[in-house]
Every structure is written in C-alpha cells, then in structure tokens.
Design a protein around this ligand. Structure first.
Ligand SMILES: NC(=O)c1ccc[n+]([C@@H]2O[C@H](COP(=O)([O-])OP(=O)(O)OC[C@H]3O[C@@H](n4cnc5c(N)ncnc54)[C@H](OP(=O)(O)O)[C@@H]3O)[C@@H](O)[C@H]2O)c1
Length: 165
C-alpha cells in the first residue's frame, strides 16, 4: 500500500525563500498550501509552475495578511479543519532602526508576523498532528537571533523569540 502524501502549509510561500521551500516540498512528493499577502502575481505563477513540474502535487495558494489578527484567527480555524502534517513558518519582516527613530507599530507588526502568527498556526496544526502521531513544524529564523547589530534591537528581539519556539 502506498504511503499517504504529506500535506504541508508554508507561510510566505509566494516569493523568496518561501517559494524555494514550496518547490522543494512539491519535488519531494508533498502537497503544499502556501500563503501570500502582496505577492499575488508571484503566487499564481508559482502555483502554475509547481502544477506543471509535479502534476501529482496538489498546490493551493492562500491569501492572508498575517498581521491581521482577526483574519489570522479565521485562517487558523481553517487550518485546523484541514489537518496538515507539516508546517513551515517562513513569512517574516525585518525591521531595523535606531531607538531614536524606532516605530513601535512597525516593531509590533514584525513581532505579530514573525512570531505570533507562527505560534497561532503551530497551535492550529498541532492537534491533528498529535492525533495522527505524526507531524513536522519548522520556523525559519535569522542569525540576528544570535547576534544583533546596532539598530537591530527590535528585529533581534523578534528573531530571538522565533529561535526559542
Ligand atoms: N533572506 C535572508 O537573507 C534572510 C536572513 C535571515 C532570515 N531570513 C528569514 O527567512 C524568511 C524568508 O526570507 P526572505 O528573504 O524570503 O524574505 P522576503 O523576500 O522579504 O519575503 C518575506 C515573505 O514574508 C511574507 N510576509 C511578510 N509580511 C507578511 C504579512 N504581514 N502577512 C503575510 N505574509 C507576510 C511575504 O509575503 P508577500 O510577499 O506576499 O507580502 C514574503 O513571502 C523570513 O522569515 C526572514 O526573516 C531571511
């Protein structure tokens, strides 16, 4: 009997590192759902590319702004219903500024997207994984968690939280 395909959720999969993760997962035999916010065109092209390259893979692009907490809550409910066996929290924002020019709103948005959204979605994928006694959760972090630079305080703090997940 063939093994069931793994269905993996990737945040921020429309471009950059996230798009590379989506391709790698599809190439390794997974079905992939990925989120995007502003990269709608890139997300559409990526989904078409993956379907053409790996016809057996099911790929679904899902729009969401992970800084929007009510939208995240709704999305987390959908995620829990679907029941993923893998989750990669890749979406992230950098934010560098010296204290004198730091915007608390921007720093808090980075914390919401990089850490809290990942934590909320990890909670949503965890229950089905526990039931299935199988699952993988990966958070993409940054070297800034280990060594920040001047002007890096907010981002280093955000990434320090991500690293300790
Ligand atoms: N590249 C590097 O050198 C580097 C170094 C250290 C750590 N990282 C980490 O690696 C991950 C990916 O890096 P990258 O270079 O590919 O980053 P990137 O090119 O800046 O892409 C950021 C990704 O996060 C998504 N995103 C940002 N804000 C969002 C929001 N509010 N809601 C939903 N999605 C949001 C973007 O989606 P849209 O484009 O659709 O808006 C995009 O897919 C990030 O977590 C980053 O912190 C990267």
């Amino acid at each position: 009997m063939s093994e069931a395909r793994r269905r993996v959720l990737v945040t921020g999969g429309g471009r950059g590192v996230g798009a590379a993760i989506v391709r790698a997962l599809a190439a390794s035999g997974c079905d992939v759902d990925f989120t995007y916010r502003s990269s709608a065109d890139e997300a559409g092209h990526l989904a078409a590319e993956v379907r053409a390259a790996w016809p057996s893979a099911t790929v679904t692009a899902r729009p969401i702004d992970l800084s929007d907490r009510p939208a995240l809550e709704l999305f987390a409910g959908e995620v829990e219903e679907i029941g993923f066996s893998g989750f990669v929290h890749n979406a992230g924002q950098s934010y560098d500024a010296l204290a004198a020019t730091l915007s608390q709103d921007r720093a808090e948005t980075a914390m919401q997207v990089n850490f809290w959204a990942g934590a909320r979605l990890a909670k949503a994928v965890l229950r089905p994984m526990i039931r299935a006694r199988d699952g993988r959760i990966v958070f993409i972090g940054s070297v800034a968690a280990l060594r920040g630079n001047s002007g890096n305080a907010a981002y280093a703090a955000v990434e320090g939280s991500v690293a300790l997940v």
